[in-house]
Write a protein that binds this ligand. Structure first.
Ligand code: GLU
Length: 252
């Protein structure tokens, strides 16, 4: 009887221990285990994520470094992986990256697939044209004279005043910018388009905002504890005025 009891006890222990160790690790556990946070960021969206002197910089990069500091105690324990507007959600879902910090607007549609932190910046979409453009306002925009970047909310913005959906689509911001001519304009986030104007003469932005774009960090839906760390980081930055300092450093 005593022997049977011991066997049962051992079996119970084995089953319990087995269950515990088989529990899938959360992204947060894995980040801590690997001692590195992998963030998907833009490499071509000045002043949020861009390369200068072989170094990745920008407002999104600073936010991501603060998140790494909060989770791992060191802002340099971070690996940056390039994402585009088109591929960022797929890269998050398939596990190539732990988080997206890439000028990404929190929208209801995207919330069906991923989760978002609290916002850390609000931009709005505007029209960018050549100074001598024939296009003078949003009313002159049409599906065949408007460029947007694929995978961005600009397509929805365009559809607000045009029901034709076959607007001209570029894969990158550089490609979209290069497609602008005196009869073709671009719709995009003011914060990113201003970055292009800093290095290019002969263009103008129409001031009227066509949308509101709250930027937030995207995470996989199951990563609820990781989300708490990220929200806490952004709240801390807000409360300590550090977020304003970061914005003033990058947005001119
Ligand atoms: N914020 C917009 C979006 O998330 C456009 C900027 C971007 O391409 O990331 O679609």
């Amino acid at each position: 009887m005593k022997k049977l009891f011991t066997i049962l006890l051992l079996l119970l222990c084995f089953l319990t221990c087995g269950c515990t160790s088989n529990k899938p690790k959360s992204t947060l556990d894995l980040i801590k285990e690997k001692d590195i946070l992998t963030a998907g960021v833009k490499f071509d969206s000045k002043p949020f994520g861009f390369i200068e002197n072989n170094e990745i910089k920008g407002l999104d990069i600073d936010i991501a470094k603060h998140i790494a500091k909060n989770i791992l105690g060191d802002k340099n324990k971070i690996k940056f992986v390039e994402v585009t507007s088109e591929n960022r959600i797929a890269k998050l879902i398939n596990g190539d990256i732990d988080i997206i910090v890439a000028t990404m607007t929190d929208t209801q549609d995207r919330r069906k697939i991923v989760d978002f932190s609290i916002p850390y910046y609000v931009s709005g979409q505007v029209i960018l044209c050549q100074k001598n453009s024939d296009i003078k306002s949003a009313a002159n925009l049409s599906y065949n004279n408007t460029v947007i970047v694929k995978g961005t909310t600009a397509e929805k913005t365009f559809k607000q005043f045009h029901n034709k959906s076959n607007v001209i689509k570029a894969h990158t911001y550089h490609e979209a910018f290069n497609a602008i001519n005196n009869n073709t304009c671009m719709i995009g986030d003011e914060a990113i388009l201003q970055g292009f104007l800093q290095n290019n003469q002969g263009y103008q932005i129409f001031n009227k905002k066509l949308s509101s774009e709250p930027y937030a960090v995207a995470i996989r839906k199951e990563d609820t504890t990781l989300k708490k760390y990220i929200d806490f980081t952004i709240e801390q930055l807000q409360n300590s005025d550090e977020l304003d300092k970061i914005k003033n450093k990058w947005i001119k």
